[in-house]
Design a protein around this ligand. Structure first.
Ligand code: NDP
Length: 322
């Protein structure tokens, strides 16, 4: 089978198209014939070595397809089932062996491409808005990189809850997409000072919650626009990592809360994983959550997909088709 392997961590060129044997399932695993693999920023971190994985490895943490073989102990899925998963390496390939208890069923009304596009970013948007900070109607939130993969989904969920959404994006085209997703206000943070703009838009009160996946270039100012006891949800570092930080700053800026969550901690049990994925798939099937699959690349063009994602060129979801 064809797969994208990393033998040495590095830039996009570290991703090699290789021929590997089709994996055989261990007793607790199922093998999935992939219909689509999701491209995510975490793949860039794995490829660069910022998040470590034992070398060599097949990249990719999100996929959907059909079960083609099961291990002896597997009861939860059978050959032919349509399934999806996330947070297990090996998705940039034609086949992947996945622990069966990490596979979730794809319901009717959701395509395999949609499932591959929604598992990681959709469940992330879901836990951020429902659990990390359970957003309430009438609250105000600032969402950075709002036209990105997670961003567009988080804006829709926040809007559907009834929160007022202030969004930041880098271009006019992205601003249009953020508005269509339900943002009430959009700030071009590459041109305007988002701190001053947010203070103006909230009459100096500040926002209840900041969702920040950009990190290095936005974190500090984000703390300045929170209301007293507001919460900073730092969930990524697309512009780079936030430097070391003294907690006394949280006191000085209004007894703020800070959390650095990760999807893995919000799908710890099988029950939570199944419930969260079902909630996201349910919204898609009901038309309440629109997935913007911006571009599909053949598997062999994984390098280009990463260049586009890192180059800030993309909006919504990127998929690789094996
Ligand atoms: P995106 O589609 O959001 O792409 C990243 C976006 O970040 C860009 O489009 C760009 O939007 C913005 N950005 C700002 N500064 C930079 C920069 N210097 N270089 C590149 N991009 C920049 O990616 P994803 O939706 O896949 O992921 C978004 C973030 O969320 C990532 O940081 C990822 O690690 C994180 N994440 C965290 C999870 C968690 O559980 N903690 C789970 C999933 C994702 P613009 O041009 O508008 O500025």
């Amino acid at each position: 089978m064809k797969a994208i392997q990393v033998k040495q961590v590095g830039g996009p060129e570290a991703m090699e198209l290789v021929e590997l044997p089709v994996p055989q399932p261990k007793p607790n695993e199922a093998v999935v014939k992939l219909a689509a693999s999701g491209v995510n920023f975490i793949d860039v971190y794995n490829r660069e070595g910022r998040y470590k994985a034992p070398l060599p490895f097949v990249l990719g943490q999100e996929g959907a397809g059909t079960v083609s073989a099961v291990g002896a102990e597997v009861k939860s899925v059978k050959v032919g089932d349509r399934v999806a998963w996330t947070s297990q390496l090996g998705a940039y390939a034609e086949y992947a062996a996945v622990p069966a208890d990490r596979l979730v069923p794809i319901p009717q009304g959701v395509t395999e491409e949609q499932a591959a596009g929604a598992m990681l970013q959709g469940m992330t948007a879901h836990y951020l808005s429902n659990d990390t900070h359970p957003l309430k109607k009438g609250e105000t939130t600032l969402i950075h990189a709002a036209a990105g993969g997670v961003g567009l989904l988080l804006v829709q969920m926040a809007h559907n809850i009834g929160a007022r959404v202030i969004a930041t994006v880098s271009t006019d085209e992205k601003a249009k997409l953020a508005r269509e997703a339900g943002a009430d206000e959009v700030i071009l943070y590459t041109q305007a000072d988002f701190e001053a703009e947010t203070k103006r838009l909230t009459g100096g009160k500040g926002v209840d919650v900041v969702y920040d996946s950009v990190g290095k270039t936005t974190f500090e100012k984000g703390l300045n626009i929170l209301r007293p006891r507001g919460i900073m949800v730092l969930f990524g570092g697309s512009s780079g990592a936030v430097p070391p930080f003294d907690p006394i700053v949280l006191t000085q800026k209004g007894s703020l809360f800070l959390t650095r969550p990760s999807l893995g901690n919000y799908i710890t049990t099988r029950e939570e994983l199944v419930a969260r994925s079902a909630a996201v798939f349910g919204m898609i099937a009901a038309g309440k959550l629109k997935l913007r699959i911006e571009h599909t690349y053949p598997l062999a063009e994984a390098q280009q997909a990463h260049r586009d994602l890192e180059g800030r060129k993309t909006t919504g979801k990127l998929l690789l088709i094996p």
